[in-house]
Design a protein around this ligand. Structure first.
Ligand code: NDP
Ligand code: HSE
Length: 436
């Protein structure tokens, strides 16, 4: 057992940081035994020290840069969030050879390459389990446990706020606006819920997942992103009528194309969007603010990871796991995994990515309407899987679910269908995932 403590600088002491300090204090004896050396906090950087009455005043500072540079710091834990000043602080720490643990998905989805390069140059560790799906051990399995396998798909619910909203809309039949208000009132949605409801948070997480799964550098800008603001209660009802429910999914896929000579090429497709999934699908039962992610790999088959994807204590659990890993590396020598981006697969544009659509139309109820609509699908080589029609007095509701086709073909099909004189309104268009 080493006597010399491992000295930790904590940047940020909000929802997650407060729980990190609590766990470090409450579990001190066990952590010392597990790491082989005691771990102690030597400073905590915040914006408003007066707000933090529970923290010993001598630990608090507003000068995060000086804390990172201090000779009394071996490891930096960043739970501030956002791009700056977090990026500069972490680059400074890594360049100085100080290992970093961060929960900052926005930063990793933008600057992982730069951070890993700095870590490699100095031999420091960079761990970030808490950045995706809170408490759920997901990044370590991708980085380490599945490092000998070939991952083909990662798909799941990685944003708790939007899952809470969609689950509530499905359970109560209420609209998006009122459900968002309720989520804010109950403290699930943040004061500014934009990053969650517009899909930015999930897109950052998808970029991190795809990078690890496919050994390819994927940034948030590579991710096709749609949020849930346009999901109407009519969409949820239409899904229900088909035995489906609506979830915001992050989908990372390895796509293999074979040309006429039999040559294959691989690319990755990464997207975040609402989708109808069968009620029998395991992700359909993931309610409230929970997260769940499926990983498909050649040898391992299908794996499912499920648990609390947000919140102070669950996220701090993942931060502490990383801190123990860094501490062990320091005590025993060696380093954690480095960036693995050797495959450098191209990112496939969304227009070329195959998906399936559910399209709900209000049409005139007379002979020949269905054949006119079907002709547009045929013209775009989009194959129809399901058609359901309900007549009313002088119009009808027509629901079409397609087989997989390129996004570009599906989009132009919908545009042309919308222009048919017999189509009164395109009521809803939503992607469909999973087979019944
Ligand atoms: P909070 O907003 O609750 O806390 C942020 C903390 O950072 C506050 O203590 C704040 O100080 C401090 N801070 C902000 N700017 C500075 C600065 N310039 N210098 C020093 N300190 C600063 O955020 P969370 O704890 O919710 O999130 C932290 C990180 O964890 C984010 O990257 C987030 O994405 C990630 N994360 C969060 C989860 C969650 O459920 N909350 C789940 C998974 C990841 P002060 O308190 O004085 O204002
Ligand atoms: N805002 C995020 C969510 C926090 O709702 O899932 C966890 O990353």
């Amino acid at each position: 057992m080493a006597d010399k403590p491992i000295r930790v600088a904590l940047l940020g002491c909000g929802t997650v940081g407060t729980e990190v300090t609590r766990l470090l204090r409450d579990q001190a004896a066990d952590l010392t035994a597990r790491i082989g050396a005691p771990m102690e906090i030597t400073g905590i950087a915040v914006r408003r020290p007066n707000k933090h009455r529970d923290v010993p005043a001598e630990l608090l500072t507003t000068d995060a840069a000086a804390l990172v540079a201090s000779d009394d710091v071996d490891v930096v834990v960043e739970v501030i969030g956002g791009i700056e000043p977090a990026r500069t602080l972490l680059l400074d720490a890594l360049r100085a050879g100080k290992s970093v643990v961060t929960a900052n998905k926005a930063l990793l989805a933008e600057s992982a390459g730069e951070l890993f390069a700095a870590a490699d140059a100095s031999g420091a560790d960079l761990y970030f389990e808490a950045a995706v799906a809170g408490a759920i051990p997901l990044l370590r399995p991708l980085r380490e446990s599945l490092a000998g396998d070939r991952i083909t798909r990662v798909m799941g619910i990685v944003n708790g706020t939007t899952n809470y909203i969609l689950s509530a809309m499905d359970n109560t039949g209420s609209g998006y606006g009122e459900t968002l208000e309720e989520a804010s009132r109950l403290g699930y949605a943040e004061a500014d819920p934009t990053a969650d409801v517009d899909g930015f948070d999930a897109a950052s997480k998808a970029a991190i997942l795809a990078s690890l799964a496919f050994h390819t550098r994927v940034t948030a800008a590579d991710v096709h992103r749609e949020g849930i603001a346009s999901v109407a209660s009519a969409d949820i009802a239409a899904a229900r009528a088909l035995g489906r429910t609506v979830k915001l999914l992050a989908i990372c896929e390895r796509v293999t194309d074979t040309d006429e000579s039999g040559e294959t090429t691989e690319s990755v497709a990464v997207r975040v969007h609402p989708a109808m999934i069968p009620r029998s699908h395991p992700l359909a039962g993931v309610g409230g603010a929970y997260n769940a992610v499926f990983v498909e790999a050649d040898a391992a088959g299908s794996l499912m990871f499920y648990g609390q994807g947000a919140g102070g204590a669950p996220t701090a659990s993942a931060v502490l796991g990383d801190l123990v890993a860094v501490g062990r590396n320091m005590v025993q020598g060696g380093r954690g995994p480095r960036e693995s981006a050797y495959a450098a697969l191209p990112v496939r544009p969304m227009g070329q990515t195959p998906t399936r659509y559910h399209i709900s139309l209000d049409v005139a109820d007379r002979a020949g309407v269905l054949s006119q609509v079907a002709a547009v699908f045929a013209e775009h080589d989009v194959s129809i899987a399901v058609v359901r029609q309900e007549g009313r007095t002088d119009d009808a509701s027509l629901v079409i679910v397609t087989h997989a086709a390129s996004e570009a073909a599906l989009r132009s099909t919908v545009d042309m269908v919308a222009g048919l004189p017999v189509v009164r309104e395109v009521v809803s268009v939503m992607r469909v995932e999973g087979t019944e």
